[in-house]
Design a protein around this ligand. Structure first.
Ligand code: 1GP
Length: 252
């Protein structure tokens, strides 16, 4: 029982100690084996706190293999960020148990969870209950298209505040503000600040963040976890990972 809480507990400890946590997203559809292995190596050595693995669709058939390969070389946690109920593997350390709370698609609010929960239990994964919100960001995101839900307008933080508070009252553990992978604009600082002043849950921010200074601004606005994906798909691991880690870990 103690172990089942350990990944979430560790994340909270990192946030407490370093000010905020830095996650890198690896999409198995977008990276070849040599590229994700090289990126993982940088993640392990240059200050990344956890690696997320997942994809909105998953066209390739490599999900299980990617998780296994990453687990072989990473000491930091590998956490599934599932695009659908097929993305479950007992080789990972935990799974974001996402409810797409900004939408009203019943499958993504609760239905998929009923299908996935027994499998998650059977394979022994730690579920981290996460209120997942899409925030409008200049172009249609894959999640928006795939989930058939509308994002919350970026100039309407009050809508997000009510959603996030309801998620907190329902006992969720994280709030994820998603601008969408490769978003034109990340979630605005003011939006994050408004939410931070209203709820107590740790806030995850991802989508369209391309510079360490931008990541730092998200943290200063109240993000507890910053997720970067597509940037490192293009650049691979390089000194930028270290710069992001320094920008995000403001207490160190
Ligand atoms: C996507 O929030 C993540 O789900 C990361 O977005 O790929 O734009 O960094 P990027």
């Amino acid at each position: 029982m103690e172990n089942r809480l350990s990944i979430y507990g560790n994340i909270l400890n990192i946030i407490e100690k370093k000010g905020a946590a830095f996650f890198v997203l690896i999409d198995p559809d977008r990276l070849k084996e040599k590229d994700y292995l090289a990126l993982a190596d940088f993640c392990q050595n240059d200050g990344v706190d956890a690696v997320l693995v997942g994809s909105s669709i998953l066209i390739s058939h490599t999900f299980e293999k990617v998780i296994k390969d990453l687990k072989r070389i990473l000491k930091i946690p590998v956490i599934i960020f599932p695009g659908n109920t097929m993305q479950i593997s007992g080789d990972a350390d935990a799974i974001l148990f996402l409810s797409l709370i900004s939408g009203r698609n019943p499958s993504h609010l609760f239905g998929d969870h009923v299908l996935a929960a027994p499998e998650i239990k059977a394979v022994g994964l730690e579920p981290i209950s996460t209120g997942y919100m899409l925030i409008e960001s200049g172009k249609t995101s894959s999640v928006e298209f795939m989930s058939n839900t509308k994002p919350i307008p970026a100039d309407k933080p009050e809508i997000a505040k009510a959603h996030a508070l309801a998620a907190e009252y329902m006992g969720m553990k994280l709030i994820y503000l998603e601008a969408g992978s490769g978003a034109e604009y990340p979630v605005p600082d003011l939006f994050i600040r408004e939410l931070r002043s209203y709820i107590t849950l740790p806030i995850v921010v991802g989508g369209g963040i391309k510079e360490p200074e931008t990541a730092r601004k998200k943290v200063e606005s109240g993000a507890s976890i910053v997720v970067i994906g597509s940037l490192f798909e293009k650049l691979g691991g390089n000194k930028l990972i270290k710069e992001f880690a320094q920008a995000i870990h403001y207490k160190k």
